[in-house]
Write a protein of this length. Structure first.
Length: 311
């Protein structure tokens, strides 16, 4: 990782695995519990972040995920309510569950593709979840919905603080194990998190971006590909490895981006996300305006509007 960025704390080999069990549980609940895999018709495609905006439940994700042909042609959206540790996952008594909702009950913003470039976007989207559905209630029972509109200015400022660390959390396709039986589709979808420092925010027009360094030489186990992490969360957080930290509270972290692009072939590999300005100054006001407008349930989408995307 770059060490000359003024944003970078003097840290090496950042890893959540180094935390105490108690602190690890708090960090995992805060950062991982809002993040879900998105599986149209049971096939993993991307990731999303459970959020609430003005009393409306929804999933924040990457635009290219929802306008992927596999998403648009699906009849249902599936995900996994419960998160299990590796230890619990391997126990024969563990009961795995899933939840799903019909696609024709969902609406999303933007309603038509806005993506100009796979590399630069804009690539943000919101899936509205109808209140009172089994899909929403099953997720709310065990997951956290992040309040997206609370304190946006303070969240934007965290990206410019010297000691900020980033955590990228999503469900990489390479770690998924999906098998088809005669009656159903079964799988284990792994939610992966990694920490990074040495990032440098950048801007293009009205949007900002963060290229999160992927350090394969750090000794931390990382996926070879981040395909299907698109739509996953990028959190800013204080250093959880600080020996003086014994509790991880809401002021210690903030959602500052949504991952949508990877370049792992460059000399300095990275996962790119939209930054906090894109999220809170550009996307959020437009989303809130859209939520105030009455809309019919979407049941189809013109295939002529599909664009070829990179996960």
């Amino acid at each position: 990782m770059s060490s000359d960025s003024e944003n970078a704390p003097n840290l090496e080999n950042l890893s959540l695995e180094k935390l105490s069990p108690e602190l690890m549980a708090q960090v995992s609940q805060a950062l991982a519990y809002p993040v879900i895999p998105l599986c149209p018709d049971g096939r993993q495609l991307g990731s999303g972040v459970l959020v609430e905006v003005d009393g409306v439940s929804g999933i924040l994700t990457a635009e290219h995920v929802i306008f992927d042909e596999r998403f648009q042609k699906a009849t249902g959206l599936w995900t996994v309510p419960h998160l299990y540790s590796e230890e619990a996952r391997d126990k024969p008594t563990t009961h795995f569950t899933s939840t799903n909702i019909q696609m024709d009950l969902l609406r999303w913003f933007p309603e038509t593709p806005q993506l100009n470039s796979t590399e630069w976007g804009p690539d943000l989207a919101f899936i509205r979840i109808p209140k009172g559905t089994k899909f929403e209630t099953s997720l709310r029972a065990v997951r956290n919905f992040y309040s997206l509109a609370r304190g946006p200015d303070s969240r934007i400022r965290t990206l410019n603080e010297r000691d900020t660390i980033l955590a990228v959390i999503g469900a990489p396709g390479e770690t998924s194990q999906v098998t088809a039986t005669l009656t159903d589709i079964r799988g284990v979808l792994q939610v992966t998190a990694f920490l990074a420092a040495g990032f440098e925010p950048k801007a293009r027009g009205e949007y900002d971006y963060v290229d999160v360094p992927v350090d394969y030489e750090s000794g931390v186990k990382l996926p070879k590909s981040f395909v299907a992490v698109s739509g996953g969360a990028v959190w800013s957080l204080v250093n959880p490895q600080n020996p003086d930290m014994h509790e991880f509270i809401s002021t210690d972290y903030a959602l500052v981006g949504i991952a949508f692009y990877q370049d792992l072939e460059s000399p300095e590999p990275f996962v790119r996300s939209h930054g906090a300005i894109s999220l809170y100054k550009k996307f959020l006001p437009e989303l809130r305006e859209w939520l105030q407008k009455p809309g019919e349930i979407k049941t189809s989408f013109s295939a002529s509007l599909f664009r070829k995307q990179e996960s």
